[in-house]
Design a protein around this ligand. Structure first.
Ligand code: ZN
Length: 304
């Protein structure tokens, strides 16, 4: 601001001199401002310049605030879902809980992969005709996948390593806290990729088959989803193969850093598939297909 003010003040000085010279040349009677309003013309000019300065200041302040808004849009967006539910973890709480530095992958491993077993604790997710809850199957799949990825030399971090959710008991916004903490684990871990494991549901019980979702704005997410979807379709003899699908509203896709996908392993609302999803041999085939999809993606990435 100060150089601009300097220029304006300079102009003011030059202008005043110019105008006083002009005044000498003019007839006395033509000095309208002094005669008509009784306010000296000089004062009016100063007032106008002052208003100009104020205007310049306001415009630059507005431009500055717009820039700031743009910059912090992502950060603000971070708590959207939490805000929708009327709750947001305070920065202090978040820091107190998560005050250690970002975790680097252990030396000797190929890198870290985050697995996120969906739901848990008070939140069962969807449930099948037999009464099996999604949260249980998600954990089984995530733990099986963890083993396979570790065998391949990757370090695995589970957001939900047990049946418990990630929220504090007594918390009235459990779901929001749970979701924020999952994203916090991903942010802290800075993994190669994150894979969230779920089971699907649909009113029409004939619908079946795995489907992988990615954040619609993420090219890498789409690539990872495509690799996993293709491997699952190929290796699980899916009758009606689905295509991987972009999504813009799922919290974990929208709010996690890096490349994240959601793998819906199958439909619990389809009685036949519900049985298969509980069958250990099928679970093993499903997780090995997911592993192959992840490996294919990482292989392609490293070749680029
Ligand atoms: Zn789910």
């Amino acid at each position: 601001m100060s150089p601009a003010i300097g220029i304006v003040i300079n102009l003011l000085g030059v202008n005043a001199v110019k105008q006083s010279n002009q005044k000498k040349k003019n007839d006395m009677g033509r000095e309208m401002p002094e005669i008509s309003s009784g306010i000296p013309a000089k004062l009016i000019r100063y007032l106008m310049l002052f208003m100009l300065l104020v205007l310049v200041f306001l415009v630059s302040a507005y431009a500055g605030s717009m820039k700031k808004k743009e910059k912090s849009r992502a950060e603000q967006g971070k708590g959207d879902i939490a805000k929708e539910s009327g709750w947001e973890e305070s920065k202090q709480e978040e820091k107190a809980r998560d005050n250690s530095n970002k975790e680097a992958a252990e030396p000797g491993t190929k890198g870290t992969i985050v697995l996120d077993a969906g739901h848990g604790g008070f939140d069962p997710g969807v449930s099948g005709a037999s009464g099996i809850a999604e949260r249980e199957l998600n954990l089984v799949f995530a733990q099986k996948l963890e083993k396979l990825l570790e065998e391949e030399g990757y370090q695995v971090v589970q957001t939900r390593p047990t049946e418990a959710g990630l929220y504090d008991e007594g918390q009235s916004h459990k779901k929001a806290q749970d979701m924020q903490r999952r994203c916090a684990v991903i942010e802290k871990t800075q993994p190669l990729v994150s894979v969230s494991i779920h089971q699907n549901s649909y009113p029409d019980s004939s619908v079946s088959g795995p489907q992988v979702f990615y954040y619609a704005q993420s090219k890498e997410g789409e690539r990872l989803a495509s690799c996993i979807q293709n491997c699952m379709n190929e290796q699980l003899d899916v009758k009606t193969p689905k295509k991987h699908k972009g999504n813009e509203s799922y919290y974990i896709l929208k709010r996690s850093v890096g490349t994240t996908v959601i793998v819906e392993c199958g439909f619990l609302t389809n009685p036949e598939e519900e049985k298969m999803l509980q069958n250990e041999a099928y679970q093993d085939r499903a997780v090995s297909a997911i592993r192959d999809g992840i490996l294919r993606y990482l292989q392609d990435t490293s070749e680029e």
